[in-house]
Design a binder for this molecule. Structure first.
Ligand code: CA
Length: 347
């Protein structure tokens, strides 16, 4: 297991342990211990929980930091975005803009209902966007959003799809692209994976990490207490100052969409002075390695790594070939020279 994945795993285990209402001193020692080990091994990449961007049980006193909209119901043990009823829309939005450059969001969620196989919907979306509380058709949020969305889509709207649902996917938008609900957002997605997250008897988790232009989505949905990679792509640009949120919707089919917790960790990452001097709030959301919609349709996995060679890969291959030729030429010249010298000695 990668070190980072390991420490994410440790964090989830800790979160679970702390939810057991351990004495505060024990929790503190566990955290400090984890941080000390983490700091030591991960070269400064220790993670810190940011309470102003986190939502945790029993949700007391979070009214200043989170808005609850639509059908959302808050109890002491979960935040229900929609009940298992038709045509419901609900969302929660952090009121505090996030100015962290590198972060990791852990979401504990539960999707459950009485609907049998394929007769349930529609799912949950996790947002990091410019606008908050902007209702619309995409899991009850605005379709032309600015920022990042990660969809936990439980219903396949596209009859012709070869994918297994529930399906988790990510999308970055600068407000110009509309999420195509009828096609489950396939034409605009950056990658994704199938994940059996519905009606499970155990806790299900999703982690979204954004650091140094790399977006990683991981899931822990098999009760193994370990992260499994779902999406991992580079070249993603997201500004600071956006808002975290979560939303869900039901249509003709329904489910209970519950968020148990959202925990934001700051990743301790060094940036160059040039990067530090940039105004990160002015960054336009974008992805430099965006593939064409056609690739999404042809590629059953919907994953970046399955795409044909992109420009920079071709460039790297050519560079390697050129280097190979240069090395061969130098070695050839040296060998030729040595032979010439040996031949001279014979004469
Ligand atoms: Ca769908």
């Amino acid at each position: 297991m990668e070190l980072k994945a390991f420490f994410s795993h440790v964090n989830v285990a800790l979160d679970k342990a702390l939810n057991l209402k351990l004495p505060t001193e024990v929790s503190a020692y566990l955290r400090i211990g984890c941080c000390l080990v983490g700091c030591d091994i991960t070269d400064g990449n220790a993670e810190h929980l940011k309470r102003e961007h986190s939502l945790t049980k029993p949700y007391q006193g979070v009214g200043n930091q989170w808005d609850f909209w639509g059908s959302t119901l808050v109890t002491s043990s979960y935040v229900r975005l929609t009940p298992d009823e038709r045509s419901k829309q609900g969302s929660i939005w952090n009121t505090v803009p996030c100015y962290l450059k590198d972060w990791e969001m852990h979401v504990q969620f539960k999707v459950h209902g009485s609907g049998k196989k394929n007769l349930h919907g529609d799912g949950i979306a996790i947002w990091y966007t410019k606008d908050r509380l902007h209702p619309g058709p995409v899991f009850s949020n605005n379709a032309h959003f600015h920022g990042l969305a990660v969809f936990i889509d439980t219903y396949s709207n596209d009859d012709s799809t070869d994918r297994s649902f529930p399906y988790i996917s990510a999308m970055v938008n600068n407000g110009t692209v509309s999420y195509d609900h009828g096609k489950d957002g396939r034409s605009s997605e950056l990658g994704g994976c199938s994940a059996d997250i519905r009606n499970r008897d155990f806790d299900t988790y999703l982690a979204i990490r954004y650091s140094r232009g790399r977006l990683t989505v991981m899931v822990d949905v098999d009760d193994k207490n370990e992260w499994k990679e779902c999406i991992d792509i580079g070249g993603v640009r997201l500004p600071t100052g956006y808002f975290f949120g979560a939303s869900a919707a039901t249509g003709d089919l329904s489910d209970n969409h519950d968020v148990i917790s959202m925990k934001l960790y700051q990743l301790m990452v060094d940036h160059t002075p040039e990067e530090e001097n940039l105004d990160w709030t002015k960054i336009e959301p974008s992805v430099s390695l965006f593939k064409s919609p056609k690739d999404n349709i042809d590629d059953p996995t919907g994953n970046f790594r399955g795409t044909p060679l992109t420009g920079w890969k071709v460039f790297l291959l050519l560079l390697c070939a050129l280097l190979g030729i240069v090395v061969c030429a130098v070695v050839g010249a040296v060998v030729f020279q040595k032979r010439q010298e040996r031949n001279k000695r014979f004469y």
